[in-house]
Write a protein that binds this ligand. Structure first.
Ligand code: ASP
Ligand code: MG
Length: 451
């Protein structure tokens, strides 16, 4: 059972969290994120030079927030939790002062600092559960041996090492009636350094742990019902989807549906473990089940998602089609700047890649620095939006693409870059940002009509 930051945000949501955990009976493992806003505030704090007073104020607030989230009454376990919080704060204090004095922040140290949020989160959730007479113990994934590669800030778990380390410890804890409350978001490299999975990485942690345990389902508890046919903020009659295949969920998650971390799908899929998205506010709602089912709808399309602000980077070179390594040069150049590529389309004279609009100026800089080696010229078009239509069977059904694009054209919207065929369950394309709402609404209308 994975609980995101909003579940840990307030005393009320923490009570609800503890209640749904208790209601599910024995033999489970809880995985938690940091309380909402904590990772952001840590990131923000270390993003610029710090002052002593700033660190002191920050830690005072962080300590208070977590102490306030402890149950007020259960004497012994409250005292124990208070001591644990104190230890975490002291360590963080030393780390932050170290960074301030050395004026040096490596990705490795960043990861260690960012992991503090989940460590505190596990303590407060375990304390809530003890209050309900469960034998809950906070456990940290570096100590448990959730081994990752060396890519700090965006690590990948080493699944076989994880299984070796996690399974015996967690299994014997559960057998002894202990309820492990495990930190999400980070693991440890083989050299023994804390490494994080990137923002919202706790879904991935839960999936890695389920993979290690060879056991499921994985429940992702949040403040929404699950995957929808479209963003309900944009499309009034959007509805909840009861089932999605792993591929559909991964495409939707990657292209904008903020329900599940896209990387969470892979470890679960390897073992055929189902992922169920659940709503903390309506625990009885069945949510969306993500699994092996390859069910197709008659009209194929199941959902339309979007990334609201993207930019298209076009790199021109008359010989692009003949140059070996052209694509890899471009991606190396952007990866060095930490820029994520959503997708790439190519022709003989141009490679076009879609990136987040917030990365546009970094991409410009990177391309300027390398343009002599990569391509003849380049341009960046900002103000685009990426739309993604998803459905099992897309790659094998006739006429679906025509319906998608006819619907878009009927609203006088120009489709810019199209990518289809790489995935058999998704198309995506870009439009001008100002046309986003009508594009999504019109596709939804074409396939689902008005309710
Ligand atoms: N706390 C981390 C973040 O905010 C991880 C997570 O929430 O899953 O990105
Ligand atoms: Mg979070």
């Amino acid at each position: 059972m994975k609980f995101g930051g909003t579940c840990l945000g307030t005393e009320d949501t923490l009570r609800k969290t503890a209640r749904v955990i208790k209601a599910e009976g024995d033999d489970k493992i809880v995985v938690v994120s940091a309380a909402s806003g904590v990772t952001n505030s840590l990131k923000e704090l270390i993003s610029k030079p710090m002052q002593e007073s700033e660190i002191d104020d920050f830690l005072l607030r962080l300590r208070l927030r977590h102490v306030d989230l402890l149950p007020k009454r259960n004497g012994a376990s409250r005292k124990e939790a208070l001591e644990m919080i104190e230890k975490k704060i002291t360590k963080l204090d030393r780390l932050l002062y170290g960074v301030m004095y050395t004026e040096e922040l490596t990705p490795r140290t960043s990861d260690l600092i960012l992991s503090a949020g989940e460590r505190l989160g596990a303590i407060i959730v375990a304390a809530r559960l003890s209050h309900l007479k469960l034998d809950a113990v906070p456990m940290e994934t570096d100590a448990l041996g959730l081994v990752t590669n060396n890519q700090h800030l965006n690590a990948v778990a080493n699944l076989s090492e994880c299984e070796k380390n996690l399974k015996p410890t967690l299994e014997s804890a559960v057998k002894r009636g202990i309820l492990p409350v495990v930190t999400g978001f980070f693991g440890i490299t083989k050299n023994g350094h804390v490494s994080t999975f990137g923002r919202s990485g706790t879904d991935y942690s839960a999936s890695v742990i389920a993979h290690s345990m060879k056991s499921g389902p994985i429940e992702i508890w949040k403040d929404v019902d699950g995957f929808m046919s479209a963003d309900p903020k944009m499309v009034k009659n959007a509805f909840l989807l009861d089932r999605l295949s792993y591929e559909e969920a991964a495409e939707l998650a990657y292209f904008g549906a903020q329900v599940l971390h896209p990387r969470a799908v892979q470890p679960a899929r390897l073992r055929g473990i189902e992922i169920v998205v659940k709503n903390l506010y309506y625990p009885k709602s069945p949510g969306t089940v993500v699994g092996n089912s390859r069910a197709t709808r008659k009209d194929v399309i199941k959902s339309v998602s979007y990334v609201p602000k993207v930019a298209t980077l076009k790199i021109y070179d008359t010989g692009a089609g003949y140059k070996s390594g052209f694509l890899s040069d471009i991606s190396t150049c952007l990866t060095k700047e930490g820029i994520n590529l959503f997708s790439a389309t190519t022709s003989q004279t141009c490679v076009a890649v879609i990136i987040n609009e917030s990365d546009a100026s970094a991409a410009k800089k990177a391309m300027k620095a390398h343009i002599a080696g990569v391509g003849e010229s380049f341009e960046i078009e900002e103000g685009r939006a990426l739309v993604c239509a998803v459905g099992e069977g897309l790659g094998h059904s006739k006429g679906v693409a025509a319906r998608v694009f006819k619907a878009v054209a009927s609203k006088d919207v120009n489709v810019e870059l199209i990518s289809a065929g790489a995935s058999t369950v998704a198309y995506h394309f870009t439009v001008d940002h100002k046309d986003l709402r009508k594009t999504v609404t019109e596709i939804h209308k074409e396939f689902f009509g008005y309710v």
